[in-house]
Design a binder for this molecule. Structure first.
Ligand code: 13P
Length: 236
């Protein structure tokens, strides 16, 4: 069964998130769809969403702390308020835009894995690395596992090539299967693909060998499109 995850990034408000979540919930219930669906809203839009029984709400990011003096961050105290036990770690925008180091990411991973959180751990190479070929790409990607316990039982991986994120340029099927099969031969965990996944290509991508689902940004932010994405992959 495909895993379908929507990363809202810095999109939607508290109000529009609530209506999005309710609509997806109704859609899954009405159509009796049992796909494994995740939504990662902004931290300001996290809530208990007590109508939700059909899918999982996760945090896009949190600091490796329960609480304390970390201006602008949230910790497990804030996540516990809404029973959130799922987190994205290592997203490309955290690494490359916000400057999170592998060391900080590994620390975060250790903290949240110790607490049993489901972790969606993201990896992926920038364009200049991709242009050097598959071997260099894999070398780069493997470095992103430094300090990460890849045997952690509640781990899902997401391969998101940086050059494919938010660009409209999806990786080719060959690009995806090459990297996925290499990672899968080393780490036996569910592996999502992310990077310009769209309504039109999500089914084909989810059907590729070694692909267990999709982590979607832009194409998932309109609720009708996200429902269509779920519909298109419900039997994959
Ligand atoms: P896009 O789907 O907008 O390319 O974003 C992918 C992503 O970063 C999901 O985490």
């Amino acid at each position: 069964m495909a895993i379908i995850a929507s990363n809202f990034k810095t999109n939607h408000t508290r109000k529009s998130t609530a209506s999005f979540v309710n609509e997806v919930n109704e859609f899954l219930k009405t159509n009796e769809i049992s796909s494994d669906v995740y939504i990662f809203p902004t931290s300001t839009s996290l809530d208990s969403f007590d109508t939700v029984s059909t899918f999982t709400i996760g945090a896009q990011n949190a600091y490796a702390t329960a609480k304390g003096s970390f201006t602008g961050e949230i910790g497990t105290t804030q996540l516990d308020e809404f029973s959130i036990k799922t987190i994205l770690i290592g997203h490309s925008e955290r690494r490359h835009v916000l400057g999170e180091s592998q060391e900080e990411i590994a620390k975060k991973f250790a903290f949240y894995s110790e607490l049993g959180y489901k972790i969606i751990y993201c990896i992926g190479e920038p364009l200049e690395v991709k242009e050097q070929g598959l071997e260099k790409t894999l070398e780069y990607v493997y470095e992103q596992f430094e300090g990460i316990d890849t045997n952690y039982e509640n781990l899902v991986l997401a391969y998101e090539p940086v050059w494919a994120i938010g660009t409209g340029v999806t990786a080719t099927n060959d690009d995806i299967t090459n990297v996925h099969s290499a990672i899968k031969s080393k780490i036996e965990k569910p592996l999502l693909y992310g990077g310009s996944v769209k309504v039109a290509n999500v089914r084909e991508i989810c059907q590729l060998n070694g692909v267990d689902g999709a982590l979607i940004g832009t194409a998932s932010w309109i609720v009708e499109d996200f429902k269509q994405i779920i519909e298109n992959t419900k039997d994959v």
